[in-house]
Design a protein around this ligand. Structure first.
Ligand code: FES
Length: 86
């Protein structure tokens, strides 16, 4: 099975909109999923500038899917769904 790639946006907009809390994912993901999921930080994913006023930052990308207004719970949930756990 292919690894799932999780990219946490570390750009300024996402960071100030709550992305700083998502740093926990760097610890949680390897512990929970081992080598099935790869987590990394990313520069601005280019999503925040599309519609600043309605920005749904912070953004996290899971493969090609975008999680908006990402929280640790939302991201873990999306990974579980992808893996077919939920
Ligand atoms: S700062 Fe996250 S998408 Fe731009």
């Amino acid at each position: 099975m292919e690894k799932i790639s999780v990219k946490v946006c570390l750009g300024t907009t996402c960071f100030v909109m709550g992305g700083s809390n998502l740093q926990e994912l760097n610890d949680i993901i390897p512990r929970k999923y081992g080598d099935k999921v790869e987590v990394s930080g990313s520069n601005c994913l280019g999503l925040c500038s599309i519609n600043w006023e309605y920005s749904k930052a912070p953004y996290v990308k899971i493969d090609e899917d975008v999680v908006t207004e990402a929280t640790v719970e939302k991201v873990l949930d999306a990974i579980d769904k992808k893996l077919g756990i939920k």
